[in-house]
Design a protein. Structure first.
Length: 162
C-alpha cells in the first residue's frame, strides 16, 4: 500500500510540473488570434497548414491576446540565407529572444518560460536564463525575422503558468 501511495504522489508531482499541453497559436491558413501583417510587412509573411513563413526582413506580428507568466514552445527552421528569428514575450518592450536556427532545413525546438522578471530558454537542449527588471507583467507574443533569407515557424504553442 505504501508503494502505491508513493507512486501516486510522484505521478501527481510530475503532472503538476508539466501541466496541460500548450495551446496552439497557429491553425490552418488564417491568422486567427493574430494581428495579421499589414502594409509592407504583409508581403513578407505567409501562413499555410499551420506553418508560418517569413522572408526577412519581416516586422513583428503579434497575438491579439496578452499573456503574463507563460511557457512558449515552437519549432523554427532556416529555409534560406542567414536570418535571425526573434521571439517576443509581453509586447514590444518585453522579453526579446534571438533564435539562431540550425543549418538549412533542420528544425530547432524551442521552449521558453517567462515568469516574473526572469526567462529560461532551451534551444535544442542548450539552456540559458536571463532577468529583465521592470518588464511588463503581460503583453502580446510576437515573432519577427531579421537579416536576409527566410524562416519557417511551426507548432507554436503557449501554456499559461500559475
Amino acid at each position: 500500500m505504501k508503494t502505491k501511495n508513493i507512486l501516486g504522489c510522484a505521478l501527481l508531482a510530475i503532472l503538476a510540473c508539466h501541466g496541460p499541453e500548450p495551446r496552439p497559436l497557429l491553425r490552418g491558413s488564417e491568422f486567427t488570434g493574430w494581428r495579421a501583417p499589414s502594409g509592407a510587412d504583409a508581403a513578407h509573411w505567409s501562413l499555410r497548414d499551420a506553418r508560418l513563413t517569413c522572408e526577412a526582413p519581416g516586422g513583428p506580428i503579434w497575438t491579439e491576446q496578452e499573456f503574463g507568466d507563460c511557457e512558449l514552445t515552437l519549432d523554427v527552421r532556416l529555409i534560406e540565407g542567414r536570418p535571425t528569428a526573434v521571439l517576443y514575450a509581453r509586447g514590444p518592450r518585453g522579453f526579446q529572444i534571438a533564435l539562431e536556427p540550425k543549418p538549412t532545413g533542420e528544425w530547432s525546438h524551442i521552449r521558453a518560460r517567462f515568469v516574473g522578471e526572469t526567462n529560461d530558454v532551451d534551444i535544442d537542449g542548450q539552456a540559458s536564463a536571463g532577468v529583465m527588471p521592470s518588464v511588463a507583467k503581460s503583453g502580446e507574443i510576437g515573432l519577427s525575422v531579421e537579416g536576409s533569407g527566410s524562416v519557417e515557424f511551426a507548432r507554436v504553442g503557449v501554456r499559461t503558468l500559475p
